[in-house]
Design a protein around this ligand. Structure first.
Ligand code: F0G
Length: 482
């Protein structure tokens, strides 16, 4: 039950945990920040942690673990095969999803590699509410394609729709009819749809997708990496879920989807990845890839201590007092920014707060990378590392043309239980300053553009000298402040 404050204006998300270990971080002077982002080729992935004040790049693998997760990792049973640790992981997966067949892999994209290798034939397509970068890269690697069937409402930056990640069900049915079921390798639902702002999918919509799949004999897959946040939203926004136990929702999903996989860097607040299914037919189809790419079937490239932490983290993903942390902090940050007039994706989703970079620099063409430019500017403004989630994160078409992103976003991920509300307030304040000085933000041009997953290690350069001007304005406004 939520804790109500006496004065409504004092209401903030309240933690049901305490912090007993801390790590020092530093905020460099702005002149240093300017130098560091330019040395990093204006790519926030290439910044060093020691130069970052708030690392909001991702919530992946950087969440604070609980005392019980730390304790669990001490009793790991190390062995190449048959480790007791893996049995504990299996027991945790069984408790959470009710499934018996479990394959480990070293992280989420490794599961995607296995799924694509086992299920996608060249020329086949895959249907999903929205792609994720690594998912699409693996499917195209094996000669498949990806079609996105997100409902139109999902691409509106601001609305009051509670489930913007929903599939367009009529379009799903139409597409299956047009393509022919035999040409569709699988349908994938991504919970907490990452690239459109961590937006949830309703339980009703997920089950409607699996019904269509069963009717057409097409494999249904749930990417459950962001399911924890998604379940929080189901519980708080969907009438049907309000009185369901959290576990009941997980189990219902596992009853309906043929295959579930997830990155345990997100679900389970540890590291690693899992593929699971009620039906051993599917895990058998994929089994051989685990020792080939990952490690033996009872560790899959994950170290045993991490597997123990994952198992405990999975049990904790059933606890509302833990799973509310992400969405409630993100909502706080998004609301602060909204009140300041800064355009953010609304309603706030899971994963992080998403700035609508397109609105910061409305006249900047997609191929000057508005979201990349705003992400670089925010590091200069506040030592805050966000992630570009726009055109730069897309991959070029085979003919070399560039698909422009539907939304140009900068994601400020909120690692769970890591940053405090005062740090989120600082973030909102620096973003507001940047918004007020948005006319100073200029474009970026490639210096080095890798052909695959270019956003990870590509390097870009500012057009003209807008970053120096931004730093100068900061000094003028903030005096000798860091
Ligand atoms: N699926 C989704 C929905 C994800 O968000 C991610 C990772 C993956 C699969 C791949 O998992 O990283 O363990 O290989 N998202 C991270 C992020 C990278 O920062 O949002 P992974």
């Amino acid at each position: 039950m939520a804790v109500k404050f006496y004065k409504p204006e004092n209401q903030v998300p309240l933690e049901m945990h305490k912090v007993r270990m801390v790590q020092k971080i530093a905020l460099l002077p702005i002149e240093e920040r300017l130098k560091k982002i330019q040395e990093a080729g204006n790519n926030t992935f290439l910044l060093q942690n020691r130069d970052i004040y708030l690392d909001m790049l991702t919530d992946s693998g950087v969440n604070a673990m609980t005392d019980l997760q730390m304790a669990a990792s001490m009793r790991a049973d190390d062995s190449y095969a048959g480790s007791e640790t893996f049995n504990r992981v299996k027991a945790a997966v069984k408790e959470v999803f009710g499934t018996d067949n479990v394959l480990p892999a070293h992280q989420g994209r490794a599961c995607e590699n296995i799924l694509a290798s086992a299920l996608v034939k060249p020329g086949q397509t895959t249907l999903m509410n929205f792609h994720f970068t690594t998912t699409k890269a693996h499917i195209t690697r094996v000669g498949g394609t990806v079609e996105e069937l997100i409902a139109e409402k999902g691409l509106l930056p601001q609305s009051d729709d509670p489930f913007k990640g929903d599939f367009d069900i009529p379009k799903l049915k139409r597409t299956i009819e047009e393509r022919g079921a035999e040409n569709i390798a699988f349908v994938r639902v991504e919970a907490g749809t990452n690239l459109i702002g961590g937006q949830p999918v309703s339980l009703e919509n997920m089950l409607a997708v699996t019904d269509v799949c069963h009717d057409n004999n097409i494999v249904s897959i749930l990417d459950a990496s962001l399911l924890q946040d998604n379940i929080y939203f189901m519980k708080t926004r969907e009438a049907r879920c309000k009185f369901m136990e959290i576990k009941e929702i997980y189990h219902l999903l596992a009853d309906h989807f043929d295959i579930i996989y997830f990155s345990a860097r997100k679900l389970g607040f540890a590291k690693g990845g899992i593929i699971t299914s009620k039906n051993p037919k599917y895990t058998k189809m994929m089994m051989e890839y685990v020792p080939l790419y990952e490690g033996f079937l009872t560790y899959g490239g994950i170290d045993v201590r991490t597997m123990e932490a994952m198992a405990q983290g999975l049990y904790e993903s059933l606890d509302m007092e833990y799973i509310n942390q992400g969405p409630e902090f993100i909502n706080y940050l998004a609301n602060e920014l909204h009140e300041y007039g800064v355009p953010v994706i609304l309603p706030a989703g899971g994963l992080g707060c998403h700035l609508d970079a397109g609105a910061f620099v409305p006249d900047m063409p997609h191929n000057k990378y508005p979201a990349g430019a705003v992400a670089a500017a925010l590091y200069i403004a506040g030592g805050i590392r966000g992630m570009e989630r726009g055109t730069l994160s897309e991959q070029r078409n085979p003919d070399g043309s560039e698909p422009y992103a539907e939304l140009e976003l900068v994601r400020l991920a909120v690692p769970r239980r890591v940053y405090t509300l005062s740090q989120l307030k600082y973030t909102a304040d620096r973003v507001k300053w940047l918004w007020d000085n948005r006319n100073l933000i200029g474009g970026l041009n490639w210096v080095e553009e890798p052909s695959v997953l270019r956003f990870f290690f590509g390097r870009l350069k500012e057009e003209d000298y807008w970053q120096e001007k931004l730093a100068e304005k900061f000094r003028k406004d903030f005096g000798d402040s860091l």
